[in-house]
Design a protein around this ligand. Sequence first.
Ligand code: ZN
Length: 212
Amino acid sequence: MRWVPEQCSSLGSGLSSVHRELQPSLPFDVGYVFVRHPRARRYVIRVADDGTVRVTIPRWGSRREAAAFAERERVWIEKQQLRRQHDDSRFEALSPEVELDLRRRAKRELPARLLQLAEANGLVVAHVSVRNQRWRWGSCSRRGHICLNWRLVQMPASVRDYVMVHELMHLRRMDHSPQFWKLVADLCPDFRAARAWLRSWPAGRSQPSERR
Ligand SMILES: [Zn+2]
C-alpha cells in the first residue's frame, strides 16, 4: 500500500451528491456496532453521546434479529441522535455565508482526496457523498458508498486523511477488529493522534441512552 502526497485537483466537482435512497438501511451500516454478550438477557440498543449506536445481542440471539430490532427502533434511535445534536456544543456556530462556502469547498475537495487515496491503494469506491452529519465524521456502507462529513474540510490534513483512510479500510474489513486497525496503521501510522484530536473536539458530554 502506498501513501500519496496531498494534491487537490478539480476531480471532485460533480462527484459528490446526496443520495439517501442509495444508502442501505442503517443496521447494515458499519456505524452500528453489534456486540454479543453472554450475560445479556435481551437485545439492548445504546446511543452514545457521539451518536454511535451499539446493539447488544444476548447469547440466544442472532445478529439478524438484532438488526431487525434496531430497524424497528430506528425512529427512537434517530430521536436520540437528534437530541444529541441539540445539546451538542462541539460545532461552533458559523455564519450562514461562511458555512455555505465551506460546504461548497468540502464537496469540491473531499471526494477528490478520497478517490486519490482509494486509487493509490487499489480500492474502488462505489459512491461518495458529502453530508451534514452531526454525529459522525464518515461512514462506509457494505456497497462501498462512503459518506464524509463536510466539516472535515476544516480539519488538519492529517486528521481528515485519517478519517478517509478509516472509511476506505472498511472496504476491506467491515469491523473494528485488530486486523482492521492494522490496515489503518499501515497507511496512517499516526492515526492515534488523529483520533485523539477528534475526541478532543469539544463536546457536551451526556449519558448514553439505552433501549431494551
Ligand atoms: Zn469504522
